[in-house]
Write a protein that binds this ligand. Sequence first.
Ligand code: IPM
Ligand code: MG
Length: 356
Amino acid sequence: MRKYNIGLLRGDGIGPEIVDSAVRVLQAVGEKYDIQFTFTPYLIGGAAIDACGKPLPEETVKGCLGSDSVLLGAVGGPKWDTLPGNLRPEKALLGIREAMGLFTNLRPAKLYPALKDECPLRADIVANGFDIMIVRELTGGIYFGQRGYRQGKYGEEAFDTESYSRMEIERIARVAFESARKRRKKVISIDKANVLETSRLWRKTVHEIAEEYPDVEVSDMLVDNAAMQLVRNPSQFDVVVTSNMFGDILSDEASQITGSIGMLPSASLGDTSRGLYEPIHGSAPDIAGQNKANPIATILSAAMMLLYSFNETQAAESIVAAVDTVLNEGYRTADLARGGAALSTTEMTDKIIQRL
Ligand code: IPM
Ligand code: MG
């Protein structure tokens, strides 16, 4: 029997509900494939602020670094919105990504044939479906640059800085090219090279790395155009590689054209097999505790963990197939139901477990 220790960061809002769903799915798949998971919860975000006054306690960092992999729900909520920036729940998310060295964020966005009608794009635009792998740089750029307040031309001003080193661009570019090799062999690098110096270094470096991958086609796209192309012709994208902030924004847009932000999983990876897996959506405080949230993004994140951290391909595939089946059978949570019959979080989880 294979054994894995998984750190659980339930977090805030709907975080605990969706993480518990994914845990139940992992337990079920473990029974089927003879894998034993041990789950250890750690505090993060608002829950940690309430319990011990800080969003990312040291025990959490230590616990995550000692786990084989980590599953996270979501952090944040109105209760903590007025705290200063470095005490906000979101800061914990950035902190744990940095502490674990997770410079890569994989955010796959694909159109499930069963969800064609939930996609807000015109039928002819998505006639061929789409299957995009967004490779987002996760520990650099403006999220981690110098910031602060100062006196400027008009009095008090705030500033954040975007900076990227060649090394940071090289390593994320390699991830994108490697990933493209396993897919349709096409990388689109997204930047704002007509304005930003960081983007010009980004573009130049991506093309240098591209020379190591002559079998992969590479091209550039400006981020404003990319935002437009995503809704104009999403099937043109295979692998997208971009900076931390552009990736944050474009992945929300990509999720919406899959039908719901409740569908998109993500994997954050570094140099080891230990990753952090989380849905791309937030803590949805408006529906927290109501058993209404769509657990699929977190369940698919757990499947990504099986694949990327543990190399448990069969178990991962069986989760993905079960989600497919349940969607094909017409089951929907409220975010996808457009006012029609909707399953609760636990009912959707039960359905997926039944189809494993
Ligand atoms: C995401 C989120 C986070 C981010 C926030 C909550 C800090 O939006 O994972 O996409 O911007 O990275
Ligand atoms: Mg985001």
